[in-house]
Design a protein around this ligand. Structure first.
Ligand code: EPZ
Length: 417
């Protein structure tokens, strides 16, 4: 298994570009099942999760082709409505094929995704909402078996603004009879990007990006072309990489309005952040204050940047409290950071961070999930000596060539096959 070796202590300086958003590309890829023909996407990141989604689409009888961050999906007559366990277990987002399969083919058999390191990841909001749209389903040997005589629009109110459930229902409702209203919908930029693509295919959707989305079903959709929005989590991770090393880094090809909560926190902490139309930059800062953070649905601070922000606070002056409200077990990085000398006191949903500049020492550490692995790389950038991050296949799920991007900024980092 690949590892990442980092020698800490180098200031990062220069310019770097964010790639396309994994969490926009994945639902958009599954939305292609709503319309036969060739769909073309640009600014698609080259990631393991994208490859997993391609394998699943191919298993349905689609023909996918990826080159130079352009992905073509030719949707032909469907071969099967089953999303097999071996493919789904690699990537939970595969559950996003449920809505499109039901909308287009009136049945679906999708393996239950199963939990992952950060939590149990239930799909009750997805299933309850699809039931409202006249779907019947049962759980059969680890699969959701669902069918409908034809989806019919209804009012769906989510207990929590679930990203995946909002996406599944938006896709399903696009071809349902009548109008569907989603209340307490997720408002993430990736929801807006999916809606933009569905509208390009001919869907009738209003309100994406707000907590009330109205979808008026249409008879059919047609394939289109689309450029995926920039990855706000990668952009935030790269910004923190520059900040934590005390360097000056400019992240291009990103949308700073997608990470306003992070920018506000970093400014409050004492960083000089400049935000332009398609870039965000941090200039050299030697001391910054500890500032508390609580993760919550967009536009609040994103859970996917919690681990990275925690590492930044290990180098701050003072103590901060990191509160994780989205996932029940998203402090897997804490144990590894403790091994590097961080002064952390984790509770269930809260972790106290006692800042101590220069308090991290390089060590062999273990990646447990995608964003935790990114936080361990960030810790390695400022730790004294050598850090080796094991199991970086987690990192490869969501970051394209991170080691190249960081070494181009001056980091001493290399991948060990
Ligand atoms: C999406 O996951 C993202 N993944 C996650 O990014 C991200 O952390 C998460 O949204 C929150 O922003 C993709 O977009 C592919 P949710 P999703 O449904 O859709 C509970 C990354 O690192 N819940 O908004 O699964 C759930 O357990 C990944 O790129 C239910 O209880 O997130 C969680 O506690 C990690 N029942 C909370 O809601 C449900 O039916 C938010 O989950 C669905 C969710």
């Amino acid at each position: 298994m690949d590892k990442m070796k980092i020698i800490g202590g180098k200031k990062l300086n220069g310019e770097v570009s964010a790639g396309g958003a994994k969490n926009a590309a994945l639902p958009i890829l599954f939305s292609t099942l709503l319309a036969d023909g060739e769909h073309v996407f640009t600014n698609v990141p080259d990631l393991r999760d994208i490859k997993s989604a391609m394998l699943l689409l191919d298993s349905f009888g689609c023909e996918t082709h990826f080159a130079n961050n352009t992905l073509k999906v030719k949707v032909n007559k469907i071969k099967t409505i089953e999303a097999h366990y071996d493919l789904v277990r690699k990537m939970r987002a595969s559950i996003l094929c449920l809505g499109p399969l039901l909308a287009r083919h009136k049945k679906a058999k999708v393996s239950l995704p199963g939990g992952c390191a950060i939590g149990s990841r239930p799909i009750n909001y997805h299933l309850d909402a699809l039931t409202l749209l006249k779907t019947e389903h049962r759980i059969e040997s680890g699969y959701v078996v669902a069918e409908t005589t034809g989806l019919v629009g209804d009012r769906v109110i989510f207990d929590m603004p679930s990203v995946g459930a909002t996406e599944n229902i938006m896709m399903a409702a696009s071809l349902a009879k009548g109008v569907t209203i989603i209340e307490n919908a997720a408002k993430e930029p990736e929801i807006v990007d999916l809606a933009d693509y569905l509208i390009k295919m001919g869907a009738n959707i209003e309100g994406a990006g707000t907590s009330i989305i109205k979808i008026t079903g249409v008879d059919s959709l047609s394939p289109a072309e689309h450029s995926i929005i920039p990855d706000r989590i990668e952009a935030g991770t790269l910004l923190i990489a520059g900040a934590i090393t005390g360097g000056s880094v400019k992240v291009n090809n990103c949308d700073p309005t997608h990470i306003e909560a992070l920018i506000a926190k970093m400014r409050e902490s004492g960083f000089n952040i400049e935000a332009g139309a398609d870039f965000v930059s941090v200039t050299e800062t030697s001391n910054w204050k500890a500032i508390d953070v609580t993760t919550a649905p967009h536009p609040a601070f994103p859970t996917d940047l919690q681990a990275q922000y925690m590492v930044l606070m290990t180098q701050a002056e003072g103590s901060s409290i990191v509160t994780e409200t989205i996932f029940e077990n998203r402090f897997m990085h804490v144990q590894e950071l403790l091994r590097m000398g961080a002064e952390l006191s984790p509770k269930t949903r809260v972790c106290i961070v006692r800042g101590k500049k220069g308090g991290l020492n390089g060590a062999p550490v273990m990646a447990t999930d995608l964003r935790a692995s990114a936080s361990l790389v960030l810790a390695g950038l400022v730790a004294e000596g050598e850090t080796v991050v094991n199991r970086i296949y987690h990192l490869d799920r969501g970051y394209e060539k991170l080691e190249d991007k960081l070494s181009n900024l001056g980091a001493s980092i290399q991948r060990i096959e």
